[in-house]
Design a protein around this ligand. Structure first.
Ligand code: IDP
Ligand code: MG
Length: 160
């Protein structure tokens, strides 16, 4: 049978996940990618990238007026980040659950931030907050040709 047809296209979402510079510096890249992989989502884009200031500002433009905005831009541009696009049914909200609350001290154990971070200003990972923002952010961080369309062999064992 055709596994790529098992999920209706309406249910399939995409989200932009980014390991922030602290996650890269602390050697947490494999650990963080593993959590999304093991859950069963499909990786469609992946790169190590030094983020230009203008891109960081565009990505976080909704937070422009916040007092912490300059520090946030310095943080995101302080070293390489790992940019990822993930696809799956309900992936946007599910990834946010896997990531945990913005303040790692409020994040549940078992979540990435709950297990691996202590401060909001060093919370190791980003995840899109809506399907629309998922699309917007993937378009912002990836160029055409950097994303892959592929069919994981495990798909029929994940989605009925
Ligand atoms: P989110 O990453 O959980 O979606 P947002 O409110 O969208 O949280 O904020 C984006 C990022 O800005 C946070 O992940 C964190 O890195 C940073 N941030 C948010 N609030 C604060 C703050 O009060 N102090 C310092 N950094 C903050
Ligand atoms: Mg956010």
């Amino acid at each position: 049978f055709l596994p790529h047809l098992v999920a209706s296209m309406e249910e399939v979402e995409e989200t932009y996940i980014m390991i922030k510079p602290d996650g890269v510096q602390r050697g947490l890249v494999g650990e963080i990618i593993s959590r999304f992989e093991k859950k069963g989502f499909k990786l469609t884009g992946l790169k190590l990238f030094e983020c230009p200031k203008e891109l960081a500002e565009e990505h976080y433009k909704d937070l422009q007026s916040k007092p912490f905005f300059p520090k946030l831009i310095d943080y995101i541009t302080s070293g390489p980040v790992v940019c990822m696009a993930w696809e799956g049914i309900g992936v946007v909200a599910s990834a946010r659950k896997l990531i945990g609350a913005t303040n790692p001290l409020n994040a549940e154990p078992g979540t990435i931030r709950g297990d691996l971070a202590v401060q909001t200003g060093r919370n190791v990972v980003h995840g899109s907050d809506s399907p629309d923002n998922g699309k917007r952010e993937i378009a912002l961080w990836f160029r055409e040709g950097e994303l892959c369309t592929w069919m994981p062999v495990q798909e029929p064992w994940l989605i009925e």
